[in-house]
Design a protein around this ligand. Structure first.
Ligand SMILES: C[S@@+](CC[C@H](N)C(=O)[O-])C[C@H]1O[C@@H](n2cnc3c(N)ncnc32)[C@H](O)[C@@H]1O
Length: 261
């Protein structure tokens, strides 16, 4: 973490809102049910077991880098255990996503950046009736996650191999609307803004978009700021490591909230 990011993190810890600061019923319930509530869904045990196995897996895998890369891992050959430690959503974040989707029951979900496929499993298990489209550029990661989904007998995942730049607009064209989009790859300003604007074409008032690593770099901080300011966004929630944007028409006044996570 750079010094400016550390200062930003300290500021986040000092200013983030918890249940005592959230007065609107929507945000208060959101916080209590999805963040404060630690109810363990039965799927969590199995998903945690998969995470432990990935963390113990010392196999090397050749990585084809399509995006802005990793700050912690810079070799083309990476251990599965290292990718699970540094390159995928943490247990806390993945369980939050699961709770969020379980509460909102989206039908069509897109993930940009499958990596090993563990977070895709959280998405898929949280709403078994949904369809998850997940895009990954690296052929070896695509293959690894394919085998993981097969082993877990997870049937509602539709995998796409290729560059987001090409595959994401193509996928959106084939869909009527999208309910949840998790943008977790190619963390630079221009592509993030482009994916956001492309995604806007298929949003509904119920759509939720999630952006990972919003404080990863100055470029990502700028992208997150511009996404918040977009007039179509009615509510943005900053969790420091990731951000959510909503388009609820019930939210008459645009609001931005920094949430304790
Ligand atoms: C941070 S990882 C995704 C982690 C995953 N969502 C999770 O939490 O388990 C980002 C992934 O996006 C892929 N990626 C980055 N840029 C890409 C692009 N332009 N096209 C396709 N894949 C890309 C990388 O290969 C990497 O596997």
């Amino acid at each position: 973490m750079s010094l400016s990011t550390i200062l930003k993190y300290i500021n986040y810890q000092l200013t983030a809102c918890n249940e005592h600061d959230l007065h609107s019923p929507f945000l208060y319930n959101f916080y209590m049910e999805l963040i404060k509530n630690k109810y363990p869904f039965s799927d969590f045990k199995q998903l945690q077991l998969v995470r432990t196995q990935l963390l113990q897996n010392q196999t090397h895998i050749g990585i084809t880098d399509f995006g802005a890369g990793s700050k912690k891992l810079n070799s083309n050959k990476r251990r599965i255990s290292d990718i699970s430690k540094h390159g995928i959503a943490t247990q806390k974040q993945a369980e939050f996503i699961y709770r969020l989707l379980n509460a909102y029951q989206p039908k069509t979900i897109i993930e940009l950046g499958t990596s090993l496929g563990l977070t895709t499993l959280y998405l898929a298990k949280s709403v078994p009736k949904s369809t998850i489209y997940t895009i990954e550029g690296c052929p070896n990661l695509f293959q690894f996650s394919y085998q993981l989904f097969h082993k877990q007998k997870q049937k509602n995942i539709h995998q796409i191999q290729g560059n987001f730049d090409i595959e994401f607009p193509k996928l959106l064209q084939s869909l009527e609307s999208v309910d949840f989009i998790y943008i977790d790859g190619n963390h630079a300003y221009e592509p993030t803004m482009r994916y956001f604007k492309t995604a806007l074409t298929k949003k509904t008032p119920q759509t939720i978009m999630m952006f990972d690593d919003i404080n990863w770099s100055n470029e990502m901080q700028k992208a997150w700021k511009d996404i918040q300011l977009n007039p179509e966004v009615t509510l943005s929630l900053d969790f420091f490591y990731f951000g959510l944007v909503l388009f609820r028409t019930e939210h008459k006044e645009k609001e931005h909230v920094v949430i304790k996570f």
